[in-house]
Design a protein around this ligand. Sequence first.
Ligand code: NAP
Length: 538
Amino acid sequence: MSEVIEVDVVVVGAGFAGMYMLHKLREQQLNVQVIEAGDDVGGTWYWNRYPGARCDVESMEYSYQFSEELQQQWNWSERYAAQPEILKYASHVADRFDLRDNIQFERRVVSASFDESCHKWLVTTDQGDRYKATFCIMGTGCLSSTNLPDFAGLNDFKGNWYHTGQWPKEGVDFTGKRVAVVGTGSSAIQSIPHIAAQAAHLTVFQRTANFSIPAHNGPLADDFVRQIKSEYAEFRKENRNMHGGFGSRFVRSKESILSVGDDEREQQFEENWALGGFQFLNAFADLSSSTETNQFAADFVRKKIRAMVDDEATATLLCPEQIIGCKRLCVDIDYYQTYNRPNVSLVSVKDNPIQGLTENGLMTTEQEYEFDIIVFATGFDAMTGSLLKMDISGKDGATLADKWHAGPHTLLGLQVNGFPNLFTISGPGSPSVLSNMVVSIQQHVDWISDCIAHMRLNSFTYIEAELAAEQAWVKHTNEIADRTLYPTCNSWYLGANIPGKVRVFMPYVGGLPAYAKKCDEVAKRGYEGFLMQSGGLR
Ligand code: NAP
C-alpha cells in the first residue's frame, strides 16, 4: 500500500470547477491536490469529443470571469464555441495559471472516508494513491457519469460501439460505414448531422422526440466582441443577475401569451426563433407557467419541424408530444434538415424497444438492423451519478449512497449533513444545470474558498451542514420545483432516465440571483445553518 500523502485539500476533478477551485485555494497558500481521471484538464469538454459537440451557451458568456486579463486576451471564434476550442481554452487556463503541477492525472478516486478523530478525509484512487486532507471538494460535474443502457450482447457485436460522453481521442471515421445512433437528446442532435455527412447510411433510433431550436451559429463579429470587452465586467454582472446566469443582451418578454392575438403571437415566436437557442422560450413571460400557455410554443415548433422535414411520416415522428422546455431544450445546427438526406432514416423505438446488440447490429422487439458502428447518445446519470460511484463515507461510517437513498439531500447544494468538510461544487440543490455552468461554478468556488478562509481565520477545523437547515433547504427546493411544469415529464433532471433512480427534481429552480443572494446571506450571518468547530487539525 502506498504511503499516505498529507495535503490541506483534495479536489476531485480537473474540469472548470476543479481548476478554478485549485487556483482560488492556492491564493490562500493551501497545499492542494487535484485528482483527475482524464490525462488532461477540461472535464466534460475533455470527454465529450463527439463530432459536432458544441456549447449551447454563447462563448462570450461561457467562460471564466475571475481574471480581467484572461477574458480580455482570450478570443472566441464563434457565437457558440465548439468542443475543441473550449478544450483549448481550458488548457490555456491551466497553462496561464500554472495549474498542472497540482493535478494528478489518470487517477480515478474510488473512495473518500471521514476520520472523526482528526477531522480529515482519507481519499484513495484506483492506482492505490492515498491522500489525507482537511477538506475534500468534489468538482466531479453534473453530467459526467455516462448512462449506457443495460443492453444484452454488447460484447457480441462485431463492429465498434461508442458512447458520446466517452469519445475516443483519435476520433471515429464513419466513411462508408453503416451507422446507428441511439438517442435523440442534445448529444445525438449535435452529432447526427456530422455523422450523416460521412456515413454510407445512418439510422437514428428515437424513443422520445425532443424539441430543438436552431443555434444560428456563426463567426463572432469583431465589433461585437470589442463592444462586450469594452464593458466586460458590467456585462458579466448583468448576466449574473439573469435567472440562468446568461442572456442579458436579449430582452425577456414580460408579456403574457394570453394577452396577444394570433398574428402578434406568431410574429413574436418568429422573432425569437430567429434569435436562436434558448431565447425562443423568452418570447413570452408565461410559456413555462401552464400546459395551456406552453402548448402555443410547442405547436409553433412542431409546425417548424414539419416545414423543415420533407417526409411527412418522419416529420410526424420527430414532433415531440411533451411540454416544451420540460426536458432540456436542444440547440442544433441543421438537425431536422439532416432527415432529408437520402442516407438517413429514423426508427421509433417507443413501442418496439431495443432489446440488445447482436453480432451484426441491433435488435428491437420488431426486427434486427445491421451496422458497422453503433453510437450510444444515451446521456448521463446526472448530478448524483459521479458522486455515488465513489464510496463516500462520513460520520460513523455512514455512506452517501445510504444518505441519498430517497434522493439527494444537501444544504444549498454545497454540503451534506453527516459529511463534514466535504463540499460539492454545483451539487444537487443548487442552480447548476439550469444555469450557465461556468457562472454557477465560479459562484460556488468563491463561496467555498471564502468559507475555508473564514474557518482558518477563526481556527475552525470542522464544518458540517446542520440537519434542520438541510431539511429546510430540501423542502424549499422541492416546493418551488413542484410549482413548475418540470416534474411532469421524464427528464434526467428528475433522474427518470436511469432505471431504479429515485424520482426527485435535483437542481434548484429558483434562479441564480435568488440562490446567490441566499448563499451570501448565509455567509454574512456567520455561515448560518453550518456547524463550525475547532480542534482535531494539524
Ligand atoms: P439525454 O438528453 O439524456 O438523451 C439521451 C437520449 O438517449 C434520449 O433521447 C433517450 O431517450 C435515449 N435513450 C436512453 N436510453 C435509451 C434506450 N434504452 N433506448 C432508446 N433510447 C434511449 O443525453 P444527452 O443528449 O447526452 O444530453 C444530456 C445533457 O447534456 C443535455 O440535456 C445537456 O444539458 C448536456 N449537453 C449539452 C450540450 C451542449 O451544451 N450543447 C451538448 C450535449 C449535452 P428518452 O428521452 O426516451 O429517455
